[in-house]
Design a protein around this ligand. Structure first.
Ligand SMILES: *Cc1c(COP(=O)(O)O)cnc(C)c1O
Length: 354
């Protein structure tokens, strides 16, 4: 792809923005006026278009619906105090998108199409980025196989798209989490490190079972011994025990390498908190809990940033945490939100100007 990427732009005749109730924005429900669409054919990306948000016309035989070659990303855009729009770390999501693509035997998407395409789309719809504390524009790039053929083989054609959804404050209510010992999410050698659509479908049954027991989500454990902590829903997980933060490492390829996880590790280090990326067993957690150590437990992800965990249910034991005593998690949440919304200097180059 050349430097001057050719994007054809068709604008809506009438914006839907005036119909939007900014006070009532459930996550992922409303979409902006435009979307980006591109086709991979004969080994190259073509037909790059920004056009009015609209349904797709697909053949029932389209490969992605049958065999699940489908991946996605989740990113957020914000406005700073002066109203300038920024995207949080889009290059990192682009790198991860191509890691997912490779694992699913799908073509790479060039940075220019992913990041510059996103920038062009958002600049067209920038009036949709809410300029209020805790509001943002959620960006959903995705790709799926589009051959019309129900043979089990990688597709020759793919569609890459970006859609945008304005979202209101994602109230991260403290969660009750069930330590899952029967079902597993990922295995070494599997696709756990990819943001592949099927990973989420495969997680729904166990999550529904946990909800029946009164929990919000499951904490996935390793596939062999059901002993080592992995992650939670669409969040990585951190345990602060004493003054040390522990989060599972990425080397086994069973957890998603979150951009928020990476940002939180950086900020914890800057706060002087020791961070250990390593195996963490449920026995170690139970022992720290029983010893009465100071503990803060939380999930990290683009949607909610930092989600406190107030209770862990493990076998017939319930471990509850006193959020009023937490210091580190709330400080991290404040710093990251202040950087994103322009109240604190962006010393890491995380904010990409639109
Ligand atoms: C997206 C996701 C995360 C969080 O990643 P971020 O880049 O921080 O949004 C964590 N775990 C899973 C399984 C995910 O899908």
């Amino acid at each position: 792809m050349t430097a001057a990427m050719d994007i054809s732009v068709t604008r809506v005749e009438r914006s839907k923005l005036q119909d939007l109730d900014m006070e009532n924005l459930p996550f992922g429900k409303y979409f902006t006026d435009h979307m980006l669409e591109a086709d991979f054919e004969n080994g190259e990306w073509k037909n790059i278009e920004i056009k009015p948000y609209q349904p797709l016309l697909l053949s029932p035989s389209v490969a992605a619906l049958h065999y699940g070659q489908a991946i996605f990303e989740g990113i957020k855009a914000y406005k700073d105090r002066e109203g300038h729009p920024f995207i949080f770390r889009p290059q990192d999501n682009h790198k991860r998108f191509n890691i997912s693509a490779e694992r699913m035997q799908m073509p790479a998407v060039p940075e220019e199409l992913f990041v510059e395409g996103m920038r062009r789309l958002i600049s067209l719809d920038q009036a949709w980025i809410p300029m209020k504390n805790d509001f943002s524009l959620y960006i959903r790039p995705f790709m799926f196989s589009s051959d019309e053929l129900i043979g089990v083989r990688p597709s020759d054609t793919y569609k890459f798209m970006i859609i945008l959804s304005p979202s209101g404050p994602y109230y991260a209510a403290p969660m009750r989490i069930y330590v899952e010992e029967k079902y597993v999410r990922a295995v070494p050698g599997g696709v756990g490190y990819a943001k592949a659509a099927g990973n989420y479908g495969a997680a729904m049954y166990a999550t529904a079972e946990a909800k029946k027991k009164g929990y919000d989500q499951v904490l996935w454990m390793d596939a062999f011994e059901h002993k080592y902590v992995q992650e939670c829903g669409t969040m990585n997980v951190f345990f602060i025990i004493g003054n040390t933060a522990i989060t599972p490492g990425l080397e086994q390829g069973t957890i998603l390498g979150g951009v928020t996880r990476n940002s939180v590790i950086t900020l914890l280090n800057e706060m002087g908190v020791t961070v250990e990326e390593r195996d963490l067993s449920i026995d170690e957690i139970v022992a720290a809990y029983k010893a009465g150590e100071h503990m803060e437990v939380f999930g990290t992800g683009t949607a909610a940033t930092i989600s406190p965990i107030k209770e862990l249910g493990y076998k017939d034991m319930s471990m509850t945490f006193d959020l009023d005593k937490w210091k580190i998690a709330p400080a991290i949440k404040k710093t990251i939100t202040d950087i994103r919304e322009g109240r604190q200097a962006d010393t890491h180059g995380w904010m990409y100007k639109i």
